[in-house]
Design a protein around this ligand. Structure first.
Ligand code: MN
Length: 229
């Protein structure tokens, strides 16, 4: 039975076709898997487990067949949903994994990441990421009223849209090969699976004399996209 990997669904009530596609994926492909790994940016935005997010409710319902079938589902945070917490994870039936995480599939050590930490040329983003991953920042953010948190998320998305449509930033937004190789070397893995860049591909290369591969998952904006190993 295959192990399935998905990322970058960016679930949002504004994109009902993706919510529907996800429901179909769960009752179809996912039910024949031995495990499902979601490598981040499952949600377009996540501002706290306490907000009773509508896409979040849809996801919990959609995941019921997997929970009932006891097919394990793992989640690595993305840059959009890094605030998804243990409470929501428990309700959805997700097991939270750190980023990076190493799993073994068919005897092969495989490194899993969302992918944002590999974009080391984007210094401004890495600075924000470091700050927003501190317990103090998260405590303070999560204690703010819901409408303030929503306003912050809206503004962050608008800034990100402006930034990502600027062609001058295209190279910044891909992973750094140096960061990729350093991460794989540090974890003793010849296979890396990640999302984030929305540039699905399999990159094969030589890592210290051994054949290595980096598999990039696709987003779900226009069609479902998954990797079966
Ligand atoms: Mn991302």
């Amino acid at each position: 039975m295959p192990t399935l990997f998905i990322s970058d669904l960016h679930l949002d009530v504004a994109r009902p076709h993706i919510l529907d596609a996800f429901d179909r994926f769960i009752v179809g492909e996912a039910m024949r898997a031995n495990a499902l790994y979601i490598l981040g940016d499952l949600f377009e935005a996540w501002i706290g487990d306490d907000t009773d997010d509508e896409a979040g409710r849809r996801f919990i319902t959609g995941m019921k067949p997997l929970r009932d079938a006891r097919i394990p589902c793992f989640f690595i945070h993305g840059n959009r949903d890094f605030l998804l917490g243990e409470d929501y994870a428990r309700r959805a039936g997700l097991t939270l994994l750190p980023d990076p995480a190493v799993i073994t599939i068919g005897g092969r050590r495989t490194l899993l990441m969302h992918g944002d930490t590999l974009c080391t040329d984007d210094v401004a983003y890495q600075r924000f990421r470091a700050l927003s991953h501190t317990p103090a920042w998260q405590r303070s953010f999560l204690s703010r009223p819901r409408d303030e948190r929503e306003a912050f998320a809206r503004q962050a998305r608008a800034e990100s849209r402006r930034y990502t449509t600027d062609v001058g930033n295209a190279a910044l937004m891909d992973v750094s090969e140096v960061a990729v190789q350093a991460a794989m070397r540090a974890h003793g893995c010849l296979r890396l699976i990640h999302g984030h860049t929305h540039r699905p591909a399999t990159h094969r290369f030589d890592l210290d004399g051994q054949p290595a591969e980096r598999i990039v998952l696709g987003d779900w904006y226009e069609q479902e996209s998954w990797l079966a190993v």
